[in-house]
Design a binder for this molecule. Structure first.
Ligand code: CMC
Length: 431
């Protein structure tokens, strides 16, 4: 028997179908509500709104579960790598050896960017924010490779494999190049015999007579960070990809918009904000307790950055993995970072504090990822672009899913208007 929900509005009683996901998540299908009743639903921040049905990533925020295409994140973190997860997220299945090789080769072949793009980096001020550069460069890819960005859905989908490899591969080249130019250093070309993460570190840190070696601990740590960020269902930036893609925009334009969405401190910008907060606490001589009181007051304008999540209400499984990796990496590299000590104290204090416990505020992925990135010598202003590199497979897969829908509808929410009602125009001399 199909399930239904009954809604009573004034003296009208209506029935709406119930949709059930493969993990028994339930939703009421209200697509006909407005045409039947004239009412819309109001859900600011979309906390209760399913904007799509997706097969990519599953999260159970109450239980702290995250799975890419059915595979638990902790198992992938232990046994897989970023590129294999990218394939899984985009194509739905783990690759066999041949598919994996072909995918890696395609990413490797497309690591360089057009030489003319190199000159664009020079045009930016040295202190330009790398997120601004990344967003602009990403949409610009469409103008250097126009056959991959036609805004004709069937053509763009026919060329999807190549466009996806371009996005995943070139994003790290663009990020590394923007860093090199900001430091007045020559842009490094990618190396054929380096894997994805090693190549990024090489393009960031190699010098003509001092090459960043492959197979390092740093490369392994970077791989873990990227894997843990690879997708996270309908977050702010991924929903942006779907929103922009729903209008028929090409992959690069949709991703460029997502990079803008990721930039904010409540989303991808939180990893930078965490380190700024820890540095501020360290510089002030506080052990974290004063800051916690300020974050609780609700009037200081301060929040405990890296804590809380719209979806996870118990723990963020990525934070558990990353917290452990952080200890291991710093130990193995022999790095002592006072920020890590402060972070541990803050976590301990917040976990024992009723304010945080009663609001279900736990460390999220950004709480420790910044400390790992510091240990990798990634500059603070690049933390959010690192998130963007990691999130690329999720954005690409969501663009494909939204663009492949047979009857794809443009995303166009409604609103409840609260402005002035109709009034007469007042000429300038009478105002
Ligand atoms: N520190 C102090 N209080 C907090 C915090 C925090 N980090 N987060 C939420 N609260 C309080 C908030 O003031 C509110 O209290 P009250 O009920 O008394 O008004 C209550 O908790 C609920 O907060 P909310 O803002 O309604 O929750 P939300 O689901 O809209 O926001 C969040 C989620 C992640 C934006 C928020 O927890 C936050 O701002 N955290 C810090 C920024 C951060 O770490 N962001 C990274 C998120 S993970 C990466 C990603 O997926 O993008």
């Amino acid at each position: 028997m199909s399930k239904e929900a009954i809604l009573k509005i004034e003296d009208q009683e209506l029935s709406f179908p119930i949709i059930e996901g493969t993990e028994q998540e339930k939703g009421i299908d209200l697509r006909t509500l407005r045409s039947k009743t004239g009412y819309i639903t109001y859900d600011e921040g979309f906390g209760n709104t399913g904007s799509c049905q997706s097969e990519i990533t599953f999260i159970d925020g109450e239980k702290g579960i995250l799975r890419y295409r059915g595979y638990p994140i902790d198992e992938l973190a232990e046994k897989s790598d970023f590129i294999e997860c990218a394939y899984l997220i985009i194509y739905g299945e783990l690759p066999d050896a041949e598919q994996r090789q072909a995918f890696s080769d395609r990413i490797g072949r497309n690591a360089s960017i057009d030489e003319r793009m190199h000159r664009i980096f020079e045009g930016y001020p040295r202190d330009a924010n790398p997120m601004a550069i990344l967003s602009a460069m990403m949409t610009s890819l469409g103008s250097y490779y126009p056959y991959l960005a036609t805004n004709d859905r069937s053509t763009d989908l026919a060329n999807f494999d190549e466009a996806a490899a371009f996005a995943i591969s070139k994003v790290r080249t663009i990020c590394a190049a923007s860093y090199r130019v900001s430091k007045g250093l020559p842009i490094m070309y990618p190396k054929k015999d380096y894997d994805y993460c090693d190549n990024f570190l090489h393009m960031m840190f190699s010098n003509p007579y001092d090459e960043f070696p492959k197979g390092t601990l740093q490369g392994k740590a970077l791989n873990l960070i990227l894997l843990l960020h690879a997708d996270h269902e309908q977050n702010c930036s991924t929903s942006t990809v779907r929103m922009v893609g729903s209008g028929g925009a090409n992959l690069f334009a949709s991703i460029s918009a997502a990079i803008g969405a990721l930039w904010g401190p409540l989303h991808g910008g939180a990893n930078m904000a965490v380190i700024q907060m820890l540095e501020e606490i360290h510089a002030s001589g506080d052990d974290g307790s004063k800051f916690i009181e300020q974050a609780k007051s609700g009037t200081s304008g301060k929040r405990l950055m890296g804590f809380g999540h719209r979806v996870y209400k118990n723990f963020d499984p990525r934070a558990k993995i990353i917290g452990q990796a952080c200890d291991e990496l710093l130990n193995e590299l022999g790095i002592e970072d006072p920020c890590l000590d402060i972070a541990r104290k803050l976590e301990e204090a917040a976990r024992a504090d009723d304010y945080f416990v009663s609001r279900n505020l736990y460390p999220n992925v950004d709480f420790y990822s910044g400390i790992i990135m510091r240990a990798l010598s990634i500059p603070l202003n690049m933390f959010t672009v690192m998130f963007a590199i990691g999130r690329m497979p999720g954005w690409v897969a969501n663009w494909k899913e939204v663009s492949s829908q047979a009857k794809g509808k443009i995303s166009r929410p409604r609103q409840i208007y609260q402005g002035p009602t109709i009034r007469d125009y007042v000429p300038m001399d009478q105002r």
